[in-house]
Write a protein that binds this ligand. Structure first.
Ligand SMILES: O=P(O)(O)OC[C@H]1O[C@H](O[C@H]2O[C@H](CO)[C@@H](O)[C@H](O)[C@H]2O)[C@H](O)[C@@H](O)[C@@H]1O
Length: 352
């Protein structure tokens, strides 16, 4: 299914009312409705430079092990808890949501080279054979699709502001989804203002913009931040937040990965919390919005990818993308074996 060329872009102009945090005007949100045929310790914020790793003192390994171990009591490994999780899922549908950077692909210096491995791709393809599966990323939907290259998954780009999903029944389009596309002007201004800062990089994520500083010298970070803030002063409808060595510019609307998760569950007919367990794996601050939604549903598995203790709403953890791979392989193997036992039981007329 994944072949942009074949996709019929149905511009779903549901003019829905959206609460804007800063401005009251109603703006458009383009929901692309497309038929589906089938490192370091403080990555988020705090440590603002690639150099900080080498200039700061190495952590005391006993202390960091101890704090990681006590954090793991609160956020047990999803691999160790796998059997328990699966047992609790009996008779329920599982829907899988996966973040991209830092979850399916390792964090690397060059955002254009954040490739996922063939093994990971095969594992996601296999999971998506058995469970409805969506990739929810801060990247533009096109970009993340280019990386993932799978046709049997749904895609939500720009932190969930650009969703590819099956057409939603018309009655559900009450005019809720609108957003503002950052114009080329703001991107040009950011590029102009930051071009002298070595290592700074602007990424156009369609509905959002990333200003990367992973390769910016520590001493240049505050100048870069000031320049970005100065540009944004002329664009009050956009907010600035920080991810892993990246400043993220997003329209000031109440729409995030949590809303995207709800939207997809709804659209896929999976909104009944008693019947459906959403499993969401992510590593970044923006994934916390989705974890919160799962927490408030009271059912499901929010899993954080982190090798260091972190404030999170997730209930389970995985250390890194290689553990994500193991988890996904286990998940599909489990479903494969349980469905073949079911088929055998049906053939032999045994109750299952
Ligand atoms: O929601 P995600 O799929 O996790 O996207 C969040 C940001 O990911 C990318 O940046 C991060 O990964 C890069 C490649 O490993 C890394 O160089 C960068 O420092 C990280 O912040 C992406 O480039 C951003 O646009 C996304 O907002």
């Amino acid at each position: 299914m994944d072949n942009g060329s074949v996709h019929e872009h149905l511009w779903h102009n549901c003019f829905l009312k959206m609460t804007l945090k800063k401005c009251t005007s109603i703006i458009f949100f383009y929901t692309y409705i497309q038929p589906i045929s089938k490192e370091n310790n403080d990555e988020n914020g705090g440590d603002h430079s690639i150099n900080a790793r080498t200039t700061s003192n190495p952590p005391d390994s006993d202390t960091s092990d101890a704090s990681y171990n006590s954090w793991m009591v609160e956020h047990p490994s999803a691999l160790d808890s796998f059997d328990r999780m699966i047992k609790a899922a009996k008779g329920k549908k599982i829907a899988v949501f996966l973040d991209y950077d830092g979850t399916l692909s390792p964090i690397v210096d060059d955002p254009n080279r954040a490739f996922m491995s063939d093994e990971m791709r095969a594992a996601v393809r296999e999971v998506a054979k058995y469970f409805p599966t969506a990739i929810v990323s801060g990247r533009s939907r096109e970009k993340v699709k280019e990386f993932v290259e799978l046709s049997n998954v749904y895609y939500a780009g720009s932190h969930g502001m650009d969703i590819q999903a099956p057409p939603r029944p018309v009655k559900a389009c009450e005019g809720k989804y609108h957003t503002l596309v950052p114009g080329k002007k703001i991107i040009k201004e950011l590029e102009e203002e930051t071009k002298k800062i070595q290592g700074a990089r602007i990424e156009d994520n369609r509905f959002c913009i990333s200003v990367h500083f992973r390769q910016v010298r520590e001493e240049d970070y505050s100048v870069l931040q000031e320049k970005v803030k100065a540009v944004l002063r002329n664009y009050p409808d956009f907010d600035l937040s920080e991810g892993k060595k990246v400043m993220e510019i997003r329209p000031s609307i109440e729409w995030d990965k949590g809303h995207a998760l709800e939207y997809l569950l709804d659209t896929l007919g999976l909104s009944n919390p008693n019947d459906v367990l959403p499993l969401y794996i992510g590593d970044d601050r923006t994934d916390e919005d989705a974890f919160k939604v799962i927490e408030s549903r009271g059912q499901g598995y929010p899993i954080i990818v982190s090798s260091t203790p972190k404030e999170t709403k997730a209930s389970y953890s995985l250390k890194d993308p290689s553990e994500v791979l193991t988890f996904l392989l286990r998940l599909s193997r489990w479903r494969k074996s349980s469905s073949s036992s079911k088929q055998l039981a049906q053939i032999w007329g045994i109750g299952y």
